[in-house]
Design a protein around this ligand. Structure first.
Ligand code: DC
Length: 231
């Protein structure tokens, strides 16, 4: 039986495992995966590289002039993993570091940055058959997505996961308390910002994965997908 193509929108707090489950689902069902957080991270890296961030201030007039010159694309590497490119350069590693993590909420709160990224995301998903994760996918980017999931987990659990991930990448300088503070601060900025604050769409399914294994959450998401395409 030929299944209809749908749009899967996965939103939620930072470091709650959204990307992991979104990637796993995309691979399992043969859909493209788009990590919209990586796009805001790449814009942040661009700002840092061009000296546009001083302390907590982003030079908005300069960034506004540069925004049309910022092209973000994704390419699947030899291992089948999607990697982020900023104006043709692979920046996958740089955008995951603490320097970008500490500033990305400032950049993603800017209206003209969001409008530019949302337009790119809508173009990428125009033909459906995508799993997209972020903060505003079910509310702003694809409000008509057939399957919407809002993922959360406690701040402590999320910081533990992020800390392990950083250590796994060889980061020996960042402490657990710094990671926890970063998670809490990003939650605050993401949910209280004026532009597209993080919130659960009315028709999104809520998943708290604090006490779920990766296999359990992947299976749960896959079952929601199957239910959705069957209807
Ligand atoms: O998912 P992430 O941690 O890689 O996201 C990085 C930042 O980008 C995060 O602070 C929130 C922001 N973001 C956003 O505002 N809208 C999205 N659709 C995705 C991410």
């Amino acid at each position: 039986m030929k299944q209809r193509l749908i749009t899967v929108a996965i939103d939620g707090h930072s470091s709650c495992g959204k990307s992991t489950m979104a990637k796993a689902l995309a691979r399992r069902i043969g859909y493209a995966y788009i990590d919209t957080g990586a796009m805001y991270r790449a814009v942040t890296l661009y700002c840092l590289e061009h000296g546009m961030i001083k302390g907590d201030e982003v030079n908005k007039p300069r960034l506004r002039r540069h925004i049309p010159k910022i092209e973000i694309t994704f390419q699947v590497n030899e291992e089948g993993k999607s990697e982020t490119y900023l104006n043709g350069k692979n920046v996958e590693k740089e955008i995951r570091g603490m320097e970008v993590s500490n500033k990305v909420s400032l950049v993603s709160a800017i209206g003209f940055v969001r409008r530019a990224m949302v337009a790119q995301q809508q173009a990428m998903g125009a033909k459906k058959g995508i799993v997209m994760d972020g903060r505003d996918i079910g509310t702003v980017v694809f409000p008509d997505a057939e399957l919407k999931v809002f993922v959360t987990a406690s701040a402590q659990v999320r910081a533990e996961r992020r800390f392990k991930e950083l250590q796994g990448k060889g980061d020996t300088t960042t402490t657990f308390d710094e990671v926890l503070a970063n998670v809490i601060e990003r939650d605050r900025i993401d949910s209280t910002r004026k532009e597209s604050p993080l919130r659960q769409a009315d028709d999104a399914l809520l998943l708290d994965n604090s006490h779920l294994t990766l296999e359990e959450q992947d299976q749960w998401l896959y079952e929601q997908f199957v239910l959705c395409v069957k209807v």
